[in-house]
Design a protein around this ligand. Structure first.
Ligand code: NAD
Length: 374
């Protein structure tokens, strides 16, 4: 079995395999091909991969000789064009939001596995859970970015020149990223509260020593995820959140609903009414929109009310070495799981593999994707 790793697009700093994981795979009789320079933005040099037992090759060879290509983001069109029927592709392929890409994979008869479709609550899948490993990195980095960008101290400071009050940090959406942001902001000395639409989140927030806030709207969907709210519920929630937002200095938002535009939690009115110097860090910022009105992916916007909105959808890529280490472990777990007698076996009836699979033999076989298409 040959696993290939390509250099990602220019705005992506992570790499799908680390030298440590390569060395483990090579010891387990896999061959690993790394495109020249693939790890450079995560500070993994070609020599480190060679020392670990990989071959460093050009892109064309890496694609041509792959049994499976492990990637972070969707590879570009030229790679898909070069791939042959029966080759496999594993990564964050955005199947729920980019159906055209899925159709292209099916037309090429590529066997595609998307980490976004992994079942989150099956214990065997935990070591494969890229969404969790990368969200955890993102939440940590978001809290650091908040502390760095905020115009005041995070901790209480008692000095001869007076006392500084601790920053009040509110985290909206307390899944994996939100909990990590809470823990990190607490360690930096801020006063932290958290809010989530899923009531089950209360215990996790409180166990970190933060205050859990609730609104009159609550909702739990399938697989542990939140569901999309109705228009009325959304308006009710936004109105109740406005007063929480006005009482805090730093608002970190992480709310997602799989395959949908992220919910708008902070309205334009809430942004306009925020105190000068209020800092919004929007981890959900994307081309589809974010949790904060006016947030732009990859950009910091200063509003007329002197609030700052940081569009921070790429936080995991901003801590590329740690994020890649964890991602690589998740890739290793999937590939090991797929391997039987020296070959990759894609069992559509398996509760984990069957969910991960998007396309095989020219068909779109993902049930979640099919129901989203209806
Ligand atoms: P996510 O990234 O999909 O969303 C982030 C958070 O936003 C979630 O907590 C969600 O409830 C919240 N959210 C969505 N819409 C909202 C709204 N309108 N208002 C407020 N909050 C909103 O979530 P995630 O971090 O990927 O976690 C998804 C689920 O998977 C959670 O239930 C988590 O506990 C679970 N999980 C389980 C395991 C496990 O059992 N091993 C591992 C990881 C995650």
């Amino acid at each position: 079995i040959t696993i290939s790793v390509l250099k990602e697009r220019p705005n992506e700093n992570r790499v799908a395999l680390s030298p440590t994981v390569v060395s483990k795979l090579v010891k387990s009789d896999y061959q690993v091909l790394i495109e020249q320079g693939a790890g450079s933005r995560a500070f993994y040099r070609d020599e480190a991969y060679t020392d670990a037992g990989a071959k460093v090759v050009d892109r064309e060879t890496a694609v041509k000789d792959a049994t499976i290509i492990a990637t972070i983001d969707q590879p570009d069109d030229a790679v898909i064009d070069q791939m042959q029927a029966g080759q496999a592709l594993l990564g964050l392929l955005a199947p729920l939001t980019d159906l055209d890409f899925v159709k292209k994979l099916a037309a090429k008869k590529i066997t595609a596995l998307a980490f976004e479709l992994l079942p989150r609550t099956v214990s065997r899948a935990q070591t494969m859970d890229v969404l969790s490993s990368q969200a955890s990195v993102a939440g940590y980095k978001a809290a650091l970015l908040a502390a760095d960008s905020f115009a005041r101290y995070f901790p209480m400071m008692i000095t001869a020149a007076g006392t500084a009050k601790p920053a009040k940090v509110l985290v909206l959406g307390t899944g994996v990223a939100g909990l990590q942001a809470i823990g990190t902001a607490k360690r930096l000395g801020a006063m932290v509260s958290g809010y989530d639409i899923r009531p089950a989140s209360r215990g996790e927030v409180e166990s970190l020593g933060a205050t859990f806030l609730t609104t009159s709207v609550s909702a739990t969907g399938e697989g542990g995820y939140a569901r999309q709210l109705t228009k009325e519920e959304t308006e009710q929630q936004q109105a109740e959140l406005a007063s929480f937002i006005a009482q805090n200095n730093v608002i970190i938002t992480t709310a997602q609903v799989p395959g949908r535009r992220p919910p708008l939690l902070v309205t334009q009115k809430s942004v306009d009414e925020a105190k000068p110097g209020t800092l919004f860090i929007d981890l959900a910022a994307s081309d589809l929109g974010g949790n904060v009105a006016g947030s732009q992916p990859g950009t910091t916007v200063t509003t007329d009310s002197d609030a700052q909105i940081v569009g921070a959808g790429d936080m995991a890529s901003q801590l590329p070495a740690s994020a890649s280490d964890m991602y690589a472990k998740n890739v290793q777990a999937v590939i090991t799981d797929l391997t039987t007698d020296g070959a990759l076996v894609f069992d559509v009836d398996d509760e984990v593999v069957g969910d991960l699979l998007v396309t095989t033999d020219g068909e779109i076989i993902s049930n979640r994707l099919r129901s989203a298409m209806d």
